[in-house]
Design a protein around this ligand. Structure first.
Ligand SMILES: [Zn+2]
Length: 298
């Protein structure tokens, strides 16, 4: 889908009167995050009304203006300073969860919201001091800018996003998957790596495949993207054709890499083998590869 259902209303970020009105509006909601964990209630995000969360605000958390959805205003709030967030009235029904396992249960409309809120809150948590002069920074523009508190410096710091490529290399009826030692047992996924400074996304995709497996990737085709705020990645997904097929695990980043046919993906012979679920961009690339096979055979 190309258009978001959530209105970031970026033109409101400098409008202090508007933001002040949203803070006191009855319907305004807040998305809390506690020490990189999220508050869930029956598999969905807890989104209490802001007016019910004064105890959280009193603890010193900074609000970030997210935007509007369904006629309601949304803010994000880092409640990490609290020792026991679930003891507050607004969270009595909630439980704390890491985001990765929660992704499978969250309603689709909430995925976008939690990726957005988490990305910007984690950016705040990591940019409290100026990278230029080391002085504290202050939030501005509804939480979408931090400005150095030193008048001599005054550097502006904007939220950052780190591009990362995912590549599914295809050789006829086979695709190239790999696994790192740190992954769950049996899991294989597309090859991945960060785009380096001064590098195009396309060059990064070819370089990462070559470094990790020795395989030459050609004919890149961009398929889509997914925010991945752990803490600040943006995944960019590509399909590619194999210009060579011999696997050499040169840089030791992968524990294993192998060519797997569609049949082997659908009826795995490797013990415990699985690939990422379709909620992830890697899972979507693999699903597209499988779907292309059924089209070929039709
Ligand atoms: Zn500074």
């Amino acid at each position: 889908m190309s258009q978001s259902a959530f209105d970031r209303a970026a033109h409101r970020r400098k409008d202090l009167d508007f933001l002040e009105r949203q803070l006191s509006a009855a319907d305004t909601r807040v998305l809390p995050m506690w020490r990189e964990q999220h508050l869930l209630c029956e598999g969905a995000l807890l989104l209490p009304r802001l007016r019910d969360t004064t105890a959280w605000l009193d603890a010193g958390g900074e609000l970030v203006w997210l935007g509007e959805h369904g006629g309601e205003a949304y803010f994000a709030l880092d409640i990490s300073p609290l020792d026991r967030p679930l003891e507050h009235a607004a969270a009595r029904q909630a439980e704390l969860s890491d985001l990765r396992p929660a992704l499978l249960s969250l309603p689709a409309a909430q995925l976008e919201l939690v990726f957005y809120a988490r990305a910007v809150l984690l950016w705040h948590a990591r940019h409290r001091f100026c990278g230029s002069c080391g002085r504290p920074t202050l939030a501005r523009d509804g939480g979408h800018l931090r400005v150095c508190s030193s008048q001599d410096c005054g550097a502006q710091h904007f939220p950052r996003t780190d591009p990362c490529v995912l590549v599914l290399v295809v050789d006829g009826d086979r695709c190239l998957l790999g696994r790192q030692r740190s992954m769950p047992r049996g899991m294989y996924t597309t090859l991945a790596g960060f785009v380096e400074p001064g590098e195009t996304v396309e060059h990064a995709a070819v370089r990462e495949v070559l470094e990790e497996t020795g395989v030459h990737a050609t004919q890149l085709r961009y398929l889509g993207s997914q925010p991945w705020p752990f803490p600040a990645s943006l995944m960019l997904g590509f399909m590619a054709q194999a210009g060579s097929t011999q696997i050499v695990l040169a840089d030791a980043e992968l524990e294993d890499a192998r060519w797997l046919s569609r049949q082997e993906l659908l009826a795995p012979s490797l013990p415990g083998f699985f690939v990422p679920p379709p909620i992830s961009l890697a899972g979507q690339l693999i699903a597209q590869f499988l779907a292309a096979g059924s089209t070929d055979q039709a």
